[in-house]
Design a protein around this ligand. Sequence first.
Ligand code: FE2
Length: 378
Amino acid sequence: MSTATLQQPVTDSNPVTDFLPLQGTDYVEFYVGNAKQAAHFYKTAFGFQSLAYAGPETGMKDKVSYAIRQNKLTFVLTTPLKTNNVIADHIYKHGDGVKVLALRVDDATSAWKETTSRGGRSYMEPTTLKDEQGELVMSGIHTYGDTVHLFIERNHYHGVFMPGFKEWKSNYNPSSTGLLYVDHCVGNVDWNQMNPWVKFYEDVMGFRNILSFDDKDISTEYSALMSKVMSNGNGYVKFPINEPAEGKKKSQVEEFLDFYNGEGVQHVAIATNDIITTVSELQKRGVEFLTIPSNYYETVLDRVGKIDEDLAPLQKLGILIDRDDEGYLLQIFSKPLEDRPTLFFEIIQRKGAKSFGKGNFKALFEALEREQDARGNL
Ligand code: FE2
């Protein structure tokens, strides 16, 4: 019996009533142990291109950052050059992980004022960065764990990425895998912290709860979680928030919290227009995905009805299918991207559906539990 509730699509993008108008995700910044190697991995395995570099050669003495891009998807990989600083401490505590979910705005000063006046804790006051290519304003607030949101105003900046960076030209340019943009980013928060963070996104950022899953939707024999999906006014930015729930054994969210050493980004979902081509290419390049028992495919079309794709390539690749009132979606989940069982990616192709694949939760979480069990953490 389903207890998920899909509320009316959010269509309020009127700037008069939306105090935090967002144009989407500007970039995702990861704090990592070795940005040079991480950039190579994301270029090779996922098909990103070199975009920009910042480090001692560009006047940044204490860290290096590599910006890489594929279509509208921009990652920044940052490593400190010395110990005893907040970046080194972040990596020591969490391992490699997402530090910044940066959001594109027209007015970073207004975004900071509106959010901090509603209780958001300031991470960075509005700051103007300038070079010969123009100026960029950024500001930021803290969210769950050590994660932050930066507001990026770049309407008057014409350089490759932002002041402080120089163009990174590389002779090594692997072809794209068809990744397009961030569809959603999921946060794992502590026991009983989902609703406080839902309230944070409602009160501080003007988001709305568009979808909820309780532990009856998302429980398997052993592990359970609860989730609420938060969306901004125009629906360009969606942040599901998970918390662990009591099960027979340890929740997958609890395993994350143990190994990330606190709350943080669990997965980044990336959109593609052709998931079969994208996932074929990713697998060829060594990206590992969760595997689903083949009996999933024996009944899936009874559940989701007719789809445009042939089932055989979906089954071969392990791509999952789900349907809601507005259409269907195709999705697949990677194994963790680093040694700790923390951050992973989802690849998603939406064909009308606006939901998140609830019909796949059981198969998916059983697959996750097998991995968790193999690590001795179930
Ligand atoms: Fe997701």
